[in-house]
Design a binder for this molecule. Structure first.
Ligand code: NDP
Length: 290
């Protein structure tokens, strides 16, 4: 079976990992990057480095973009690129859902088809077991390139709205980034007392994997939210809100930044004010959504 040529524009850690997975899968790979030296190892592995974005896009029916944001795509492709006609673009860069929708319309105006995506694993995990990628946009474009895209990670197609994959990506990254900030905030609280971070972080990391056992599976939480029922038989918003207050005061006493615990406490305060005090923690959804 012949493998379609694929172009990768953007060779940060993620773009390099994706280009490497495509090469390993037997695809002819063309690459372009603002800083060409980042292509060295890919060229050694068989990729073709070209000098301009126009050469890159016209080398393959499919171009994958892996950039810091969508502004970088416009900067690279230029205001009025005439080389996009008949090409398929899959942009796996982070931005907002609206930026993805605007880019799809921008590409369509220039004769290109556009799929947006969000890759859900770090660069070293690309192409390995457990790697998955959200996609949305025209289904026929996704289907045409699905064999190549599968080499990056398990593809999860969400539908025709090009903003949808980006929405899922940002929602997931919100969980990730908030968790990371929570970890570092808690570490700062502990180290302010002179305790080494190493005494605290192993247990904190272990707690992350215990969270589903503590609060239920995704399906169970989703069912509570869908039913609008938030059972408080094991723990209540009032109890957890009191703890949120203790965390904020402990932060203040430790002299560390208070923005994160203050935001969390505000969810509980508003839920209690709205009469959810005796319900379970999923009742916070109602005040957050509002
Ligand atoms: P990097 O920031 O390391 O690389 C970004 C790429 O964008 C580089 O090729 C860089 O070029 C290029 N770039 C940025 N701005 C411009 C510009 N103005 N003009 C031209 N080129 C530009 O990002 P990653 O490779 O880590 O990530 C790429 C995308 O993948 C991001 O959107 C990220 O959110 C997403 N992602 C990353 C993950 C990771 O673990 N790294 C995990 C999941 C998603 P140059 O080399 O010249 O600087």
């Amino acid at each position: 079976m012949s493998h379609e040529p694929v172009t990768v524009i953007g060779l940060g850690p993620m773009g390099r990992a994706m280009a490497g997975a495509l090469l390993l899968g037997g695809h002819p790979v063309t690459v372009w990057n603002r800083t060409p030296g980042r292509a060295d190892r890919l060229v050694e592995a068989g990729a073709t480095l070209v000098a301009t974005p126009a050469e890159a896009v016209t080398a393959s029916p499919l171009t994958i973009l892996s950039l810091t944001d969508y502004a970088a795509m416009y900067r690279i492709l230029g205001e009025h690129p005439d080389f996009l006609t008949g090409r398929d673009l899959v942009n796996l860069s982070s931005d907002t859902p609206d930026a993805s929708r605007q880019a799809a319309a921008w590409a369509a105006d220039r004769g290109a088809r556009f799929v947006t995506g969000g890759i859900m694993v770090p660069a070293p995990a690309v192409g390995g077991p457990g790697a998955y990628v959200y996609y949305s946009g025209p289904g026929e474009v996704f289907a045409a390139h699905e064999p190549a895209l599968r080499l990056i990670g398990d593809p999860r197609y969400l539908g025709g709205d090009p903003g949808l994959a980006q929405l899922f990506y940002q929602a997931y990254l919100n969980v990730f980034l908030t968790t990371l900030s929570g970890l570092l905030h808690s570490t700062a609280m502990v180290t302010a007392a002179g305790t080494p971070a190493a005494d605290f972080l192993p247990d904190a990391m272990a707690m992350l994997t215990d969270v589903p056992a503590m609060v239920g599976s995704g399906a169970e939480i989703a069912a509570e939210i869908a039913a609008g029922k938030h059972p408080g038989d094991l723990s209540t918003v009032l109890m957890m809100g009191a703890t949120a207050g203790h965390i904020l005061r402990t932060s203040d006493q430790a002299g560390v930044d208070r923005a994160l615990p203050a935001a969390v406490k505000s969810h509980y305060d508003r839920a209690i004010a709205a009469g959810h005090g005796t319900r379970g923690w999923t009742a916070l959804y109602d005040v957050i959504k509002a």
